[in-house]
Design a protein around this ligand. Structure first.
Ligand code: FES
Ligand code: FES
Length: 154
């Protein structure tokens, strides 16, 4: 039995310990905001938070989440998340949208760790999140805007 907290709710699941966390989130718990892209930890579409870190859930066995705290896009809360989501809307960041929940999960952790990131710090932190539609300029602008909003207490 694997036990973890997902978006503030306790879960106990009878699944094989080596099942990828992404499968458990999408197939067992029916939360489909987290996407499957490459399956090999290269694209970032499956990014969730595990104990506060942005991780690639396609390559994390669910056993790694045992007794842990998992947050998906459906449960993302807090000032940084709110600022990121508002900036994403204001900058009309998504095109097809497929990569964007992963982008938002990563951007939120970036701002928690680095409240005023430079362009270089954004590029470095976000480079594991690939966007086939090429929304990188708007992602960068939105992260700066979210950072500014947090700084101003908006
Ligand atoms: S689906 Fe996990 S990194 Fe691409
Ligand atoms: S918005 Fe289409 S892949 Fe990023």
């Amino acid at each position: 039995m694997i036990r973890f907290n997902l978006n503030g709710q306790a879960h106990a699941l009878d699944v094989s310990p080596d099942t990828p966390l992404l499968w458990v989130i999408r197939d067992h718990l029916q939360l489909n905001g987290t996407k499957y892209g490459c399956g090999i930890a290269e694209c970032g579409a499956c990014t969730v938070h595990l104990n506060g870190a942005a991780v690639r859930s396609c390559q994390i066995p669910v056993s790694s989440a045992d007794s842990g705290e998992v947050v998906t896009i459906e449960g993302l809360t807090g000032p940084e998340a709110k600022a990121v989501q508002a900036a994403w809307v204001a900058n009309a960041v998504p095109q097809c949208g497929y990569c964007q929940s992963g982008q938002i999960m990563s951007a939120t952790v970036l701002l928690r760790q680095t409240p005023r990131p430079t362009d270089e710090q954004i590029s470095e932190f976000m480079r594991g999140n690939i966007c086939r539609c090429g929304t990188y300029q708007r992602i960068r602008a939105a992260i700066h805007q979210a950072s500014q909003a947090l700084h101003e207490g908006a």
